[in-house]
Design a protein around this ligand. Sequence first.
Ligand SMILES: [Zn+2]
Length: 372
Amino acid sequence: MSSRITHTFMELVQIDSESYAEGPFLEYLKERFDGLGLELDEADSTAETGLGSNNLIARLAGDASIAPLFLSAHIDTVSPGKGIVPVIRDDVVYSEGETILAADDKAGIAIMIEVVERLREGRTRHGPIELVLTPGEEVGLLGAKALDMSTLKAKHGLILDNGGPVGGIILSSPSMFSLNIDIHGKAAHAGLEPEKGISALVIAAEAIHQMKLGRITEQTTANIGKISGGTGSNVVMEHATLVGEARSLDHDACVEQVAHMIETFERAAQNHGGTVDIKQQQMIRSYRFEEDEPFVRHVSAALAHTSFPVRYEHSGGGSDANVFNEFGKVALNVSIGYDAIHTVDESIPIKELEDSVTFVLRLIETMQSFQA
Ligand SMILES: [Zn+2]
């Protein structure tokens, strides 16, 4: 482990930062960025998010005639993420096996730090660079959702938070809504006077039977994934709770599917004299870029120039990129080399860390020719 970025990465993953406990890691990063001469802008977001730290923007000054660029990574990790011990085998970093590695997303942060180090050492002419560090990504993109996007000067940027070898660019990601459904019926003795009861389970069954679920269209899916309720075999079920979701690459289709699910539950409840309470929440909002979108072409050119084959990907899940794109930025989530995230087998080849730096530096260098 001779390279500086490897050393940085190994250090970062050893500072615990599970979601809701990001505080000490953010303090470490503030010190490190301050040492690199960056201007720190810590937003007061914990009151809104309840997370362990605020959002942080760290700015590297640059030539104002060049379009500014942001680079973003999240500082929180999933669990088990406490006491991570990184080990290197055949130039690949793993955890010791009891925890995740936290390359998701500390690889992204290590890449940012190395990029800034190189820019400070070199003579590359570059525009203003904004590093955006968000907590609470893994628990619903909470940090990004609380970020005031107008505080970012850059309109274009990279989210350094996708797996697979350097070269991948996510062009689309779905909208997703979660549904929490509470069905209220009426309890009664199931043997003595069942006719006085209203079964929440029967309401649920009727609704689900009439509902479009599974794959709705090529772009849209829906699911009821959990059901609980009831007290015993001799009681008509008074209350049932269900959890479901809908996702679609087409935001309007997703909204329509959610409305269909709600209506169907309400109709079934009405048919049986029960009631239903449904809470819907938009978890992520879809985005879609075409291959000829100017920034997509620009990033692709930087990859091609550094000889990384470009792969356009369509994600089934969300990332901070959804939030940046929803609120007016052009954010491309790019592959930074990690694998098997959210498992104890998570890993990242050292070469991918170094390749990411090569690619990002090339992008920064070519921003002077970028016209949005
Ligand atoms: Zn991540």
